[in-house]
Design a protein around this ligand. Structure first.
Ligand SMILES: [Zn+2]
Length: 200
């Protein structure tokens, strides 16, 4: 009875749900489903790698000149990219179908964190917040919190506008600036200049 119901369900279902229905009936179709999943994963990885290469071309900086590696990671809900200072690695969690300019923005955002963590002083950060009209705002977000309302996240968003210009701007600290490069400050501009693809 159960088999019969499942078959009815299978024939009335679309192609997309066929794998799921078959997987409940026996061993062989489960392997087919897993194989299709693996092929799908490989397909996504190939597409994501191409998107990352296209994104890297949209960023004016060479991450290697900042001493960091960029790697593609399995997509994770709610996470676009992350910088790991200990491994000196920027991970890109490109969700399926993400446009290259969004990945470029996320990559440039993380490169801002690299420069921030390694080169900016507390005085540089205070001066940046003053230029953004946000004196006294916390620079670092709470643990596991988004940084879009903190100084470091706003700095990273403005840095991304300067070095990977796109419509994307997610800071909640202050409005999208007309001249992002002018806000970054002397230290960040100098370090970014040295990492620029245009520099010999
Ligand atoms: Zn960030």
């Amino acid at each position: 009875m159960a088999l019969r119901l499942a078959l009815v369900a299978l024939f009335s279902a679309g192609l997309a749900t066929a794998c799921v229905a078959l997987a409940r009936l026996g061993d062989a179709p489960v392997r087919t489903s897993a194989g299709a999943q693996a092929a799908d994963d490989r397909g996504h990885r190939t597409a994501a790698a191409a998107t990352l290469r296209a994104a890297e071309r949209l960023v004016g900086l060479d991450p290697r000149r900042l001493g960091v590696r960029v790697v593609l990671a399995r997509p994770r809900p709610g996470l676009a990219a992350r910088y790991d200072p200990e491994r000196r690695t920027v991970s890109i969690f490109a969700a399926r179908g993400t446009a290259p300019h969004r990945v470029a923005h996320d990559l440039a955002h993380e490169l801002a964190h690299v420069i921030d963590v390694e080169h900016l002083s507390p005085a540089d950060r205070r001066a940046y917040l003053a230029r953004r009209g946000a004196r006294g705002v916390a620079w670092w977000p709470g643990r596991d919190a988004s940084d879009y309302a903190a100084g470091s996240g706003d700095f990273a968003e403005v840095f991304a506008l300067c070095h990977a210009a796109s419509p994307v701007f997610r800071s909640r600290l202050a409005p999208r600036p007309a001249d992002p490069c002018a806000l970054l400050g002397a230290v960040a501009s100098r370090i970014a200049g040295r990492a620029s693809k245009g520099e010999a």
